[in-house]
Design a protein around this ligand. Structure first.
Ligand code: GDP
Length: 365
């Protein structure tokens, strides 16, 4: 499964947020098997479309798709030089698909800030610098190794070294590797380096519990947003403390509590959705009387591979898929209605699945 790693300086609220995540995950009956690793929290991806599909199909069960967060504690200034958990910490980041960077935007004199004052941009830059330094080390090593192979004149090696040099220059200018406009081919050339600054980033601005409903007015949140905008990144404001309280409530109480706070939905749900988007993920549905279920694919996945997410047999024996878009099905009100309107299509192996497709696979066993 794809996963996002939670990073940030000490005392910014990472553990508090992660506890809210695991608590929310523990309550979901569908993924009880996913609680083996204490650093991994599995959450259901909230999706309003599921409810509508349930009304249309009236299934026996309903299974949302899931998403993982990994708690990556231990980043401090100097990590790239081995301070704190240092390299171990960085190795954990290499394994995630996206980074959720928690930034402290709450004031509380009782809670020490590592640099003495609340300073979100300074914090972001401290962490980014460690990631950049770690990447510089990886890139330098790789350039050295690849140069030795340059003599052969292999075009691929030439292209690789050129690309690495561009990345190196960006890094030396304090720019993350993701800020470069690399082609897909170039990305492929450097993929096995698992560069930390190539990973997509999402900022979680942790505000005080008194400010959950007015978080966007918070001066710290504003400057984090300005900063993120320049990088084309998103900011989700959240109060980790409030989220950990929400996570402990039953559904009904949860709704009441959110209403009292003047919120449409929990910050955690907004964070999950934003992380999902950031990773370029799509959801498709299967909708039968036994079960309505959501499945995660990457944008651009073709029908057989999408079927493979359910079972490898579905991919191997794929014949074709019956497809109707969620919007058409919801508007028609029933599968029969959508069929009558000619909205249920038969698609083959080359079909690229869209977000919200409702699929029924035909396959050979
Ligand atoms: P971590 O080191 O980043 O994992 O930070 P923690 O989650 O352990 O939080 C550090 C301290 O800050 C704990 O005492 C939390 O209770 C507190 N904290 C976290 N979020 C908030 C918040 O929104 N408001 C206040 N007042 N305290 C918070």
């Amino acid at each position: 499964a794809l996963k996002a790693g939670i990073v940030g300086l000490p005392n910014v609220g990472k553990s508090t947020l992660f506890n809210a995540i695991t608590q929310a995950g523990a309550e979901s009956a569908n993924y009880p098997f996913c609680t083996i690793d204490p650093n991994v929290g599995v959450v259901e991806v909230p999706d309003e479309r599921l409810q509508k599909l349930v009304e249309i199909v009236v299934p026996k069960s309903i299974v949302p798709t899931a998403f993982e967060f990994v708690d990556i504690a231990g980043l401090v200034k100097g990590a790239s030089k081995g301070e704190g958990l240092g390299n171990k910490f960085l190795a954990h980041i290499r394994e995630v698909d996206a980074i959720v960077h928690v930034v402290r935007c709450f004031e509380d004199d009782n809670i020490t800030h590592v640099s003495g004052k609340v300073d979100p941009i300074g914090d972001i830059e401290t962490i980014n610098l460690e990631l950049i330094l770690a990447d510089i080390e990886s890139v330098d090593k790789k350039i050295e190794r690849s140069r030795k192979n340059l003599k052969g004149g292999d075009k691929k090696v030439v292209a690789e070294v050129e690309c690495l040099e561009r990345i190196k220059e960006a890094l030396y200018n304090d720019m993350p590797a993701r800020s470069l406009d690399l082609t897909d081919d170039e990305r492929l050339l450097v993929r096995d380096l698992h560069l930390l600054t190539m990973k997509p980033v999402l900022y979680a601005a942790n505000v005080s519990e008194d400010e959950v409903s007015t978080a966007d007015d918070n001066a710290y949140v504003k400057i984090v947003k300005e900063f993120a905008e320049k990088e084309n990144n998103e900011v989700v404001s959240i109060s980790a403390k409030v989220e950990s309280e929400i996570a402990e409530l039953e559904d009904e109480e949860k709704a009441m509590f959110l209403e009292e706070l003047g919120l449409q939905e929990s910050g955690l749900n907004r964070l999950i959705k934003a992380a999902y988007r950031k990773l370029g993920l799509y959801t498709y549905f299967t909708a039968g009387v036994q079960e309505v279920r959501a499945w995660t694919i990457r944008k651009g996945t073709k029908a057989p591979q999408a079927a493979g997410v359910i079972h490898t047999d579905f991919e191997r024996g794929f014949i074709r898929a019956e497809v109707v878009s969620y919007h058409d099905l919801a508007a028609a009100g029933s599968m029969a209605g959508a069929k009558e309107k000619g909205q249920v299509r038969l698609e083959g192996k080359e079909y690229v699945v869209n977000d919200g497709d409702v699929m029924h696979f035909r396959f050979n066993v």
